[in-house]
Design a protein around this ligand. Sequence first.
Ligand code: 4G0
Length: 224
Amino acid sequence: MKIDILTLFPEMFVPLKESIVGRAVKRNKIEINLVNIRDFSIDKHKKCDDYPFGGGAGMVMMPQPLADAIEAVDAAHTARRIYLSPKGETFSQKMLPRLGGYGHIVLVCGHYEGIDQRVIDLFIDEEISLGDFVLTGGELPAMVVADCLARFQGGVLSEGSLTDESFTGGLLEYPQYTRPQVFRGLPVPEVLVSGDHAKVDAWRKEQALKLTKERRPDLLEEEK
Ligand code: 4G0
């Protein structure tokens, strides 16, 4: 899968190029291409934002540099073009099979008060929001979406961790422990060192259910 990220601040993406996503990139599971929207400005000062028609606070990203940047990476509109915005559908793990099915994704990062609505109407396929909060730009949400996709596309984690983990079973994850068996007086639950795999599985399922009932009862409603 190829992911183009269109942004005024490509230097913000250092964390994405490191660690877990970097490994997926190296294993040819995912290719990430950062595009500076400012490179497409035809203005003599490379201006990319302007005052909103009708007045109001803040600035709006101009349509021309963005439209040209989108057409430069996806002329034939074969990619899924996604705008990260607080107005979008809330992002979740459940979207990953669909998003992972696209061979090419273009992530558009807005800044200021967002982008000119006509760019959304003419060029964007869907809007995705990370949740009910406003950031200074769509860069952090784009990194989150790219990281989730890199992880989902495989090569990042073992098969088991994708099938057992939080949300894939519709439940929060059971608690995990590693060595030492006693840490600052706290022992690991006895069942985990019993060697009885059936008992371990049953304990984990029970813990996951208890935690989900306490913290995220909405997830249990959703299951039905
Ligand atoms: C569009 C996404 C983009 C409009 C982007 C701001 C939060 C999210 C942006 C605005 C973002 C999210 C109207 C301020 C850039 N903030 N929740 N900031 N407005 O996913």
